[in-house]
Ligand binder design. Structure first.
Ligand SMILES: [Zn+2]
Length: 252
């Protein structure tokens, strides 16, 4: 009887240890995910000849990024899209025309433009893109009226689409173009105040300065302890974090 009892105690202790160590590992994993410093580099308005340089730098540094592309330019630079895909970059729709006056007239105009962009991406990658988009000019731009925006948002919600804004911006799409030094410094300074960043940069026709300072941005961000991921690799926890911060599905 005594022997049976001690066997039972040993079994119970072993089970308890395994349950608590599992729970500990789980909570440690959870905490790690919450506190992990992550950068989601995103490039808008490509592909353009500058995308090649951006891609070379990313490959040299062994990191992946996300590209919100313009459909009309996808048609012109199919080879660049294929190279992005081969290198494991995440390719997502931005717009077909980038013509604010045309696409923000109504939600119908917006979705015609977006769907055409998605079709052009798929005709090259032969894959459907995941459910993330970025509004040209971001959600808050003067040509996107509230009623049109609300219609678009409603449809996104129905189709389980996320619209992605940013919490770090390299200042590389200003009317007066910024030099590489300014783009680098503004990006790094903003990175210092956030553990998780969706970084807005550009690889369009006018964005040579971004490509020129990208390597330094990456090297400095690495030294600050950031890991790089694409939006395809984003965790539920990070999605929640960015929704809470109004960086994904930005509130009014
Ligand atoms: Zn854009």
């Amino acid at each position: 009887m005594k022997k049976k009892l001690s066997i039972l105690v040993i079994i119970c202790v072993t089970m308890f240890k395994s349950i608590t160590s599992n729970a500990f590992e789980q909570s440690e994993k959870y905490l790690k995910q919450i506190h992990e410093k992550v950068i989601y580099l995103t490039f808008d308005d490509g592909p353009s000849p500058h995308t090649n340089k951006v891609l070379n730098v990313l490959n040299e540094e062994g990191i992946k990024a996300t590209f919100f592309v313009i459909g009309n330019q996808v048609e012109t630079h199919k080879d660049i899209i294929r190279n992005l895909q081969k290198s494991g970059m995440c390719i997502l729709p931005h717009t077909d025309t980038h013509n604010y006056r045309k696409i923000y007239k109504s939600s119908e105009d917006y979705f015609n433009d977006l769907n055409s962009c998605k079709d052009k991406i798929k005709s090259v990658t032969l894959e459907d893109s995941i459910n993330f988009v970025r509004f040209p000019g971001g959600v808050r731009n003067e040509l996107l009226k509230k009623d049109v925006l609300n219609d678009i948002k409603e449809k996104f919600l129905e189709d389980k689409y996320y619209f992605i804004e940013w919490n770090v911006y390299g200042l590389d799409a200003e009317r007066v173009p910024k030099d590489s030094y300014t783009i680098l410094n503004s990006t790094i300074n903003q990175l210092k105040s956030t553990p998780k960043a969706i970084v807005l940069l550009h690889d369009g026709y006018g964005n040579a300065n971004t490509a020129n300072c990208l390597k330094e941005i990456i090297v400095k961000a690495k030294s600050l302890g950031f890991k790089f991921k694409t939006l395809e690799e984003i965790t539920e926890k990070d999605i929640d974090y960015f929704i809470e911060k109004s960086v994904i599905n930005k509130k009014d």
